[in-house]
Unconditional design. Structure first.
Lengths: 565, 66
């Protein structure tokens, strides 16, 4: 007989929030934000070193800081936050206690110990091999061990989430299908299982190799399996951030997807095809056939891109429908002008959708084409692309939902609401600059990972165009702007959790953070069921035209690399 | 099981013409989407076969340098 667990009913959303779930959401979210702060600081140091006029750090410290930046923000910040989202989407949205709370705590401790251990290994200075840690570069064994412990902890957290789904089904705490947001979280967890398994498969023998217990690790084999983790971990982000987009649109505006079936179908495309995009990191590897490369990155990846484009139309379409239903019907874009742009949850979500699609999505398709990849492989274009996806897309989406999590789960009123209002814009502006200027510099041939972009004293000279130096200066300025936006976020969130006014029972009336009934909209099934969306159709058409144009411009660039005469 | 996706608003839900409270046929695709463990199997098996196993087969066929 299982003891009944205590819960409270959220006065804002009507959600049943179990004690253990609440504690685990809080602790995972707080640790995530700590790693964002630490990793963001390292990122600023990287950008200031890449800024030619500043060139802050010496080479050894630059590689150390770049390794720590990659691990802290690409892995630890993101996955801790995703675990918090999974517990919310599983336990809170399905009205059920969390399965195996002790295992959930064990998962958290394993992840924390692993993340701290990996950071210590990097800061000790013997593991400055980048987040990718390609063999045969050998690093301190506790770097690999830290990553393995983190991965095992995350895997345990995934199974706690799956266990919660089983309990909810058995106890019939929901009817019919799980809510769309929970479905998106399931997709994220599925991708996470493959991701973490890939990481364990390659990192365990690499740990043994670092201890001289295994003689050799083949470098191509390492890259192949490692990217099953390295890139797929970013696909967990995608599924989670799309879920968050639907969640915020529902909570803040009462928006439902255009067609819930189609949105679930788009998520299914993620499950089947999204992880295959890992192959684009191996597009210039010898020894792997073009059939493998082209199938995985083009045929399969394009089906996952189709999923993203469906979500990319469904989210603004849902917002337009909800706004028009509320009476904002003036012209083609009256609904957009009257959207709650002063609410950081909404503005962060909207910026995340747009920036992810334009900066991260289009460029990802270009990078995924084997022929086009060759003109930008291992240049700064690649980090430019993934700052568009992981920072402008995922991080901004996670920041946006935090503005709802803090009042609703931590039960605190946001301090400095004006700062919170401006924060997504400033952060979004900075990240847009980072992404665009890095991609611009990469297009001009700037190397992805080198401390000295000019390759001074290198035996083989490479003349970097002057415009590339300008791009890297602008990238540095953008990084400073994004850092200010990041610091504003940390100050507002940490300040609110520590010093914010307790949110009372009647705050849902006196100071609402979501639309009345927004919580029920997240949990309910339903579709807008219309395509009369002139504003969304216009916006999507502009996006699509930009997509096609940019794709073919890159083929033009390619034709200029090897001119035929 | 009588619930269907899109049943919340009554506008775009499925109507198979079945009795309101009786047994309704559930579409195979919906059964798939409602089964997280089947989805987990697909989501792990497909990339394992198409990316990892196929890729490993390619790499092991590269002759070892003398």
């Amino acid at each position: 007989m299982i003891a009944k667990e205590k819960f409270r009913v959220c006065p804002d959303t009507g959600f049943k929030v179990f004690d253990t779930t609440e504690k685990l959401i809080k602790i995972n979210a707080v640790v995530a934000v700590v790693f964002l702060a630490v990793g963001g600081l390292f990122g600023l140091l990287v950008a200031l070193t890449r800024w030619p006029a500043v060139h802050l750090l010496p080479a050894d410290l630059f590689y150390l800081v770049l390794t720590a930046h990659g691990a802290d923000v690409l892995l630890f910040w993101i996955v801790f936050f995703e675990v918090a989202v999974l517990y919310f989407a599983g336990s809170v949205l399905l009205n059920v206690r969390l399965a195996a709370p002790r295992w959930a705590w064990a998962a958290f401790i394993l992840m924390l110990v692993g993340a701290v251990m990996a950071n210590v290994a990097v800061l000790q200075g013997e593991s400055s091999v980048m987040f990718t840690s390609y063999v045969p570069m050998r690093v301190a064994p506790h770097f690999y061990l830290g990553l393995i412990l983190f991965a095992v902890g995350a895997l345990v957290a995934m199974f706690v989430f799956f266990g919660t789904l089983v309990i909810a089904k058995e106890e019939k705490t929901y009817e019919g299908s799980v809510p769309l947001v929970t479905f998106g979280a399931i997709v994220a967890a599925i991708i996470a299982v493959y991701t973490i398994a890939s990481g364990a498969i390659i990192l365990i023998p690499t740990l043994l190799w670092s201890l001289d217990l295994v003689a050799d690790i083949d470098s191509v084999m390492y890259k192949l399996v490692w990217w099953g983790m390295g890139h797929s971990s970013q696909q967990i982000n995608m599924a989670t951030q799309v879920s968050i987009w639907y969640c915020i649109a529902a909570m803040v505006l009462g928006a439902k997807p255009l067609s819930e079936k189609v949105s679930r179908g788009a998520f299914l495309l993620y499950i089947v095809f999204l992880q295959l995009a890992s192959a684009h990191h191996l597009l210039v590897e010898p020894g792997i056939s073009s059939e493998w490369k082209v199938f995985n990155t083009s045929y399969a990846l394009y089906l996952a891109v189709l999923g993203s484009m469906i979500h990319g139309m469904s989210i603004p379409g849902a917002v337009e429908c909800a706004q028009r239903r509320r009476g904002f019907n003036e012209g083609m874009f009256g609904w957009l002008r009257k959207a709650p742009w002063g609410n950081p949850a909404f503005s962060g979500m909207a910026l995340s959708v747009v920036l992810f699609g334009i900066l991260g999505g289009i460029t990802g398709v270009v990078l995924g084409a084997e022929q086009l990849n060759i003109i930008m492989h291992n240049t700064l274009y690649v980090p430019g692309h993934f700052h568009g996806t992981v920072v402008a897309g995922t991080t901004l989406a996670f920041m946006a939902i935090t503005y709802l999590v803090v009042p609703l789960i931590f039960r605190r009123e946001i301090i400095w609401p004006k700062v919170a209002q401006w924060q997504p814009y400033l952060f979004g502006l900075g990240v847009t600059g980072i992404s665009l200027f890095m991609m611009g510099a990469g297009t001009l041939g700037v190397s992805r990972r080198h401390w000295d972009m000019a390759f001074t004293d290198a035996p083989l000279n490479f003349d970097v165009p002057p415009a590339a130096f300008l791009m890297m200066g602008l990238n540095g300025i953008s990084a400073v702007i994004a850092s200010i936006g990041g610091i504003m976020f940390i100050l507002v969130i940490v300040g609110t959790i520590l010093f914010g006014k307790k949110r009372g029972e009647d705050a849902c009336r006196t100071n609402p953070v979501i639309l009345p009934g927004g919580g029920a909209t997240v949990m309910a099934a339903g579709s807008e069921g219309t395509l009369k969306l002139p504003g969304t159709i216009a916006l999507v058409s502009v996006f699509f035209a930009a997509f096609v144009l940019y794709y073919f411009v890159n083929w033009k660039y390619l034709s200029e690399v090897w001119p035929l005469s | 099981m009588t619930e269907h996706l899109n049943s919340g608003d009554g506008k775009s839900g499925d109507s198979n013409g079945g009795p309101e409270n009786g047994e309704q046929r559930i579409h195979a695709m919906q059964s798939l989407l409602d089964n997280p463990f089947l989805l987990l199997f697909i989501g792990v098996a497909v990339p394992t076969v198409l990316y990892t196993v196929w890729g490993v087969m390619e790499v092991v066929q590269v002759p070892i340098g003398q």
